[in-house]
Design a protein around this ligand. Structure first.
Ligand SMILES: [Zn+2]
Length: 240
């Protein structure tokens, strides 16, 4: 029985490793997705910054058009001023010229402010572009690392699965069935070390006789958690 129990312990080891590798392998596509999401966000940020910049350029062109129209209006009024007949007409025309001059001043201020805005938006756009480029470099590096990791884990998994298969041929069917049944019911953990007369899975104490028989290689299950017990010398408790 001693050899069989020892093979079961090895089987548990393989199963633990396989489970860990499978969990890690399942995480990799999620990590890739997360990285892709980061890039998508950066692309969206850049697009928003580009749109804001384009919008500001449009309003700037509109303001320049407005300025040209007002200038034209002013020179038209100034020409008209030369040919007015009455004093009232002259005064009225001058008033209109004053109004259009004020409007020109306002548009010029708007254009100057627009230049500041444009500069600001352009530097923001450039910053977003830089962020995207840096993000793409970072993400493609990380994706390559994940690819390498994935290949490594897949190779390890295949190796562990082959080793597990070999072990299976060494374990009697009924014992294997028992192991599998307990593992299924106990989150994959069918084996429990017995140390200092305690089951290390549930920490419940066992009879000294049971502990003694485990030392000799007999098979016992824990009276509390039903796992198959195996004797483990105390100094080895950290390396199951
Ligand atoms: Zn137990």
């Amino acid at each position: 029985m001693k050899a069989e129990i020892s093979n079961l312990v090895k089987l548990q080891g393989r199963d633990d490793e396989i489970r860990t590798l499978e969990i890690r392998l399942a995480e990799i596509p999620k990590e890739v997705e997360e990285l892709e999401r980061e890039i998508a966000t950066e692309k969206k940020n850049l697009k928003d910054a580009e749109d804001a910049h384009t919008e500001a350029q449009k309003s700037q062109r509109a303001a320049e058009g407005e300025l040209a129209a007002k200038e034209e209006q002013r020179s038209k009024y100034e020409t008209q001023l030369m040919s007015v007949k009455s004093n009232e007409e002259y005064k009225a025309m001058q008033k209109q010229i004053e109004v259009v001059k004020r409007e020109i001043g306002d548009v010029e201020t708007k254009i100057l402010q627009g230049l500041d805005t444009l500069e600001e938006l352009e530097s923001k756009r450039a910053e977003r572009e830089r962020e995207l480029k840096e993000g793409q470099i970072k993400v493609s590096g990380m994706e390559k690392e994940l690819d390498v990791e994935k290949a490594k884990f897949e190779a390890e998994l295949a190796e562990r699965q082959a080793s597990r298969k070999e072990l299976l041929s060494l374990i009697p069917e009924d014992l294997l069935a028992e192991y599998q049944k307990i593992a299924n019911a106990r989150s994959g953990v069918a084996m429990a070390a017995a140390v200092d007369e305690r089951c290390q899975a549930c920490m419940v104490r066992m009879r000294p006789q049971v502990f003694h028989e485990l030392k000799l290689g007999d098979k016992h299950v824990c009276s509390s958690c039903s796992r198959i017990l195996y004797y483990l010398e105390e100094e080895k408790t950290t390396t199951i």
